[in-house]
Each structure stands twice: as structure tokens, then as C-alpha cells.
Design a protein around this ligand. Sequence first.
Ligand SMILES: [Zn+2]
Length: 302
Amino acid sequence: MKICIDLPDDVFVRLEAIAAAVGHPKEDVVLGSLQRYLTAHSTSSLAHPHAQHPPICRKKKTGVVRTTAPICELVNGLLYGDTTVGSVLKSGTFGLGTLNYLDGELVVLDGVAYQQTADGKSNPVQTDAKTPWMMVTDFDEDEAEKIELPNRLDHAALCDTLLQATKKNSFVAIKVVGEFEVLNLRAVRKQSGNRPLIEVSHEQALFNFGPGEIGSLVGFWSPEYVGYGLNVPGFHLHYISEDLKRGGHVLNAVLTRGVAYLQPIYHLLQDIPASEEFQKAELMARDTVAELKSSEGNHHNN
Ligand SMILES: [Zn+2]
């Protein structure tokens, strides 16, 4: 016997829009969304308020993380890339980034890329949109290490808890699903031309969500040694709400309750832009470590 439930019309409209934007069959989007919904709402995921110590399961998966440019490209104000979001999505279902000329933040979740703009909203991105920098991997909650987080973690405690469970000298894909008391987020604003990241970050849009905010932190831990130009060292997390309609780059998060999924990654696929602009740039002329810390937030303790 088949049991069915009717979905509201607005869900169908949104489903069609997302399926069209990403070029995937609607059935794939439905299955992915349903799986994500069930995971987020399962009582076993969120109902362990006193669990102090991870992990309830530990499985390892050797994956690949792809980044479309060294981060020093953005630090040095080269904000244009020829890579399409659609081509990056072939390398991973999960990640983050930005669009050309820093037109907002990007989150990739369940194979769909969402643009997060200065008004705090998230919307699916057209796959032909271009990006100067994205970072993606294939992420599988079932394969990841699952950690029941203690209740009421401020940002420092959350980072410390994640760091204790992180393989700090590898890349680690991180997803934190839960309820947030405070989320201080930012989105960069679209620039009219090339400009160093630190200057753009001074004019970023800041916005706050919570209390009672339900959603996911999506991102990575990157090892310290990549900080001289390859990537953002430490935690780099973006937020997307459960309804996928709002989010941004995380500056501060206070978790009410939730679970984390950590997936260590031991292989890096690093694109190097072939453009003349990139090849002629004096990429070590700026203090990348200091400027990343200032423009991206302190990803270790704040
Ligand atoms: Zn970011």
C-alpha cells in the first residue's frame, strides 16, 4: 500500500525553481531535501542535551576537497574568475565560496548552491554564474563522524569542541545542525571592479538571527599551514536556515542545541587560475595571514 501526503503549492513552486536553477531532476531535489529534513528532525540528532562527549559513531571517508583558486587571489583584490558554479558542483555537493566581484556569500548544500546577499537572504544560484573562489567536497552525513554537542555553546566553546574532534592538520568538512540563540553574520557586497578583500570587508553587510533560529553551519576546517596563500586557515563557516531562505558568513554563533558532522579530507584539488592577471600578480606583496584574519574574522576563538 502506498501512503502519500500532499505538499503545499508553494513548496512545489520552490522545488521547480531550484530544480531548474541547478539542472537536476525534481526527484533528486525531493529525495535530497527529504533526507536532510529527516536528519535535522530525528529525535536521535537533537535530543541529547547532556551528551558531553562525542562520538556516537566513527567512520572514516577519504574524500577530495576542491578549491577554484588560492585564497591569495581574493586577498590581492583579483575578484573575477572564469569558472562556473555548475562546473564546481560536479566536484562536490557541499561547501562555500563567493561569486564574481564578491557578489555575496555562497553556500553549497545537498548539491545546490545558494547566494547569500547583503539583505541576509539566500537564493539558489544559476549554474552559469561565475566564481573567483569556491571550496567544495562530497559530503555524506552517514559517513561523517557525528558529535552530539553539549547545549548552550558560545562561539569559542563551539570552536573548541569542534577543534578537539578535528584532525587539525587535514581539511575537515563541517556541518552543524541545530538551533541557534545568536548568529552574527555578514555578506560581502558586489564590487564594481577589482579591490583587495580587506577593503571590501570594511563595507560588508552585518545582520543577526536568533534566538530560536534553526539551520545549519556549513563549511570547513583548514590547517594552519595553508594560511600563507592557499586558503582561510582554521574554521570557515557559513550559515543557511532550515528553510534555505537566509544566511551568510558566520562571525559569531551561539548554539542552543545541535549535532555536528565532521568529515576529514586527505586530498586537495587546487585550481590555479591561468589568467594573465593572476599570473602577473605579486601575490606575496600583501600580508595574507593578517589580512585574512581581519577580513574573515578570527576563525579559532571568536
Ligand atoms: Zn566566508
